[in-house]
Design a binder for this molecule. Sequence first.
Ligand code: COS
Length: 400
Amino acid sequence: MNAPTNPVRANPGMDSDTFEQFAEQLERYVKERLIPAEEEVIANDAVPPEIIDEMRDMGLFGISVPEEYGGAGLNTSQYARVVNMMSYAAPAFRSIFSINIGMFASALKNGATEEQRQEWYPKLVEGKIACFGLTEPGSGSDSAGLQTTAKPDPDGNGWTLNGTKRYITNAPHADVALIMARTEKENLPKNAHVSAFLVPMDAPGVSTGSPDKKMGQSGSHISDIMLDDVKVPGDALLGGETGKGFRFAMQSLDNGRISVGAAATAYARRALDSALRYANERQAFGEPIARFQLIQAMLADSETEIYAAECMMRDVTERADRGENIITKAAAFKVFASEMCGRVVDRVVQIYGGAGYLAEYDAERFYRDARIYRIYEGTTQILQLQIAKHMLREWEKENL
Ligand code: COS
């Protein structure tokens, strides 16, 4: 059963002709500019700065920001399609702007005061980079267990933050972080001990660790953020109220899960296209391996599953645009798309055979890059629990 549509939150987005024109250009940009640049991204573990500038010029860093604040005002369906199109190329290209247009923009939309929106939306549009500080060394899935503290200053005019955030995507490049911190010592019902703060990364006391070495996703960087007696003004508190940070973070994660699902779906498509080409080139027993039915089964299963994820993406994002509550469907999409991508890249390595194990061929990096999709923005297991919790709650409402 779905929550009723809320007309206040329904989002028509950019007018569809303009969006389709933009989508066509973006698709061309991905194929003609980003894919040829992948080798350089991998060799240097960095997205070339000129590509970041081009992406800024295309407005990608603020594409979901409402038009009245200078953005392109994409709705959730359009946002997911942009993420999906960009994620056909190496994951680092999505990564550099995805927090801006996803979790950070979402937190501003759901939680910020008008003054905060006026300050931060235009900065996203300009291309400033945002990161999202929820996870800590001692709390990942158990996000409400965070230990970072925000204490009110004695004069009542600001806050002092202390703590460490871990695995923060884009932290080494970010201009601003949304930091979830504890404003109460003890855990409160509904996690009301958590509040969210807009923290400029150049504030005194903020530092970042060196980028972590990872299994895949070259060119995308994560690191710790250390907060050492960081003083922020009173208006850095998101929404101007304490106790709302967990809710804002979870709402942002609904959006982040759509982004990961869209990215995983596109990357599965990329890997499958590559396997299709390889299966037609590679000869065995005197003919292309694509002629063999056991290879065909792997191709067909992958096509079927990618199609299912594409349909889920369309459905969940249209529901979001109608203002429906999408907590469970965003989680279900992320679970299915990320697990599906894992199965597809595994089959793709199998189709490539021995070559699939070599770094010289694409299949090996597809396999490594895809692994994180099942983990970040909510592991499959945490999302299974979330989906079941809401199913049981609905059932009880209707039956008890
Ligand atoms: N939208 C709006 N409000 C939400 C919400 C959402 N998606 N999720 C939670 N809330 C609010 C609600 O008020 C909720 O109370 P009700 O369910 O009674 O309405 C309250 O927050 C508490 O939520 P919940 O009971 O789900 O919190 P738990 O402490 O049980 O924690 C899990 C839930 C474990 C699911 C949560 O901590 C989580 O999602 N962890 C994974 C975090 C994650 O994805 N990390 C990835 C890295 S961050 S980039």
